[in-house]
Design a protein around this ligand. Sequence first.
Ligand SMILES: Nc1ncnc2c1ncn2[C@@H]1O[C@H](COP(=O)(O)OP(=O)(O)OP(=O)(O)O)[C@@H](O)[C@H]1O
Ligand SMILES: [Mg+2]
Length: 263
Amino acid sequence: MAERMRSFTEVLLSVENISLSFGGVKALTDISFDIRKGEIRAIIGPNGAGKSSMLNCINGFYHPQQGAITYKGVRRSRMRPHEAAEQGIARTFQNIALFKGMSTLDNIMTGRNLRMKTGLFWQALHFGPARREEIEHRKAVEEIIDFLEIQHIRKVPVGRLPYGLQKRVELGRALAAQPELLLLDEPMAGMNIEEKQDMCRFILDVNDEFGTTICLIEHDMGVVMDISDRVVVLDYGKKIGDGVPDAVKNDQAVVDAYLGVSH
Ligand SMILES: Nc1ncnc2c1ncn2[C@@H]1O[C@H](COP(=O)(O)OP(=O)(O)OP(=O)(O)O)[C@@H](O)[C@H]1O
Ligand SMILES: [Mg+2]
């Protein structure tokens, strides 16, 4: 696939001089970059580079000691996870985080929780507003199931599914929240080529059809170069590259980091 030359101007989220450490370990040092509305932004880098930590700062799981993140015009030194979710940020995890004993349908339904307005009282009674709301949520979930082509596994407990499909269900759970910004931590890790191609197609379709801005971490360089509009490169917690795929690919510092040239 040729590099997609798309350009975006409106900044949705900007990371400004973020530093994060765990005891003596500096996971992130003075990181700045932005994510523009509508783009597919990749974060790459060797193991331990700080990629997952970066996503964890964006959605409020980690609180950086320094720096700020501006999202939709609001600047915060720390974001809380529920705040991030309410503001339209959803994510998937490097290690699949699903309820293994629950069906595909029910797992995706948990992604709607945030959007449920009626309290437990009405839900327990199972009529009136709660009933109407449930029908509405089920409809949204069924649409996601169709979109991800997983009708055949809607009733299957997730723990019984092959890994590639579990990853797809997890994407479905994140989509159920109808996010504006979708964070994907290694959505294709451990997949075979065919599963990767499917996942690429779904990511591109989510971006095209729903206009969802996507920030993904991925190790497969072919995939990154194919589907992302811009790439941030981290190495030992520092940003060593940022730009369109072609520029990053030919950047000497980036090439050195991947070849393991000593620092
Ligand atoms: N909760 C934590 N407690 C202590 N150290 C942590 C924690 N999370 C991350 N780290 C450390 O921060 C550094 C960056 O880790 P991170 O998981 O962000 O890297 P990564 O780029 O996602 O790596 P990988 O490609 O292996 O997933 C590592 O040295 C890691 O051990
Ligand atoms: Mg990681």
